[in-house]
Design a protein around this ligand. Structure first.
Ligand code: ADP
Length: 258
């Protein structure tokens, strides 16, 4: 057997996870691994449970059964929240929310206890670079709530970028954004994936984008959930290099491609 060093670490692991809303089961005995630097796209019809799944992973919902591990740590002892950037579907900021785009981006630099830490010149530089990369430098002094949904998404990506987030979890980042802006956004995401070594878990209804970037259809289909994967390493001799999805949303049979 090859040494384990060739294998990428699992960044997100779900083991036997089930979840119900008021007795209605949405996620059923779901298992999967997202490996370091892979890009996992998650698609599926409305109500398939995609948002629920992301909310379980980031700890906003507690599974009724099973275990979530983040960077190999059980959820209960995980402390590395700064390693994860989560961009929810709707950033419905009140237009008067008293923070500028620059402040939101800079907040990525602070742990909870360092909120009033003094900014270094390097911090400021990093922030301006991120604003530039995300093409929102001209919006830096506007209130976050006055930006369009797409511009807010860019601000959150800039925040994740200066925070050196290792895992980005995005929920329909381009919902309600025009096609041209969408293309630009996906370009940024691909750039972040390829040049900043970030692991992605992204829900998207944009099958064309997913198929284009992953080089084909879903790697695994699980109930109503479709998992697309772009691996960064050849899955040779590594038991973990596969997504290993099982379980799902309903009692449907699990189909596995390849
Ligand atoms: P998706 O993101 O794939 O569209 P969701 O995860 O939002 O799906 O929803 C999955 C199912 O759970 C749907 O049937 C939805 O109606 C239901 N659901 C979602 N949120 C709640 C909630 N807060 N309370 C009760 N049911 C919910």
């Amino acid at each position: 057997a090859q040494p384990q060093a060739h294998c990428h670490e699992p960044v997100v692991t779900l083991a036997g996870v089930s979840f119900s809303y008021e007795g209605k089961q949405v996620i059923r005995d779901l298992n999967f691994n997202v490996l370091q630097r892979d890009f996992v796209g998650l698609a599926g019809s409305n109500g398939a449970g995609k948002t629920t799944l992301l909310r379980i992973i980031v700890g906003l919902l507690k599974p009724e059964q099973g275990e979530v591990r983040l960077f190999g740590e059980p959820y209960s002892s995980f402390r590395g929240w700064n390693r994860i950037g989560y961009v929810p579907q709707k950033n419905a900021f009140n237009p008067l929310f008293p923070a500028t785009v620059r402040e939101v981006v800079l907040s990525g630099l602070y742990g909870r206890n360092k909120l009033f830490k003094r900014l270094t010149a390097a911090d400021t530089r990093k922030c301006e670079d991120a604003l530039e990369i995300m093409n929102i430098a001209d919006l830096a002094d506007r209130r976050i709530g006055q930006l369009s949904g797409g511009q807010q998404q860019r601000a959150f990506l800039a925040r994740a970028l200066i925070n050196n987030a290792e895992l980005l979890i995005l929920d329909e980042p381009t919902a309600g954004i025009d096609a041209e802006t969408q293309e630009g956004f996906f370009e940024l995401i691909r750039h972040m994936h390829q040049h900043h070594a970030i692991t992605f878990l992204m829900v998207s209804h944009d099958i064309d984008m997913l198929e284009d970037y992953m080089g084909g259809g879903p790697e695994q289909v699980c109930g109503k959930l479709k998992f697309y994967v772009r691996h960064t390493h050849e899955p040779q001799n590594c038991s973990e290099t596969r997504l290993h999805v099982s379980g799902g949303t309903k009692r449907e049979k699990i189909e596995v491609r390849g």
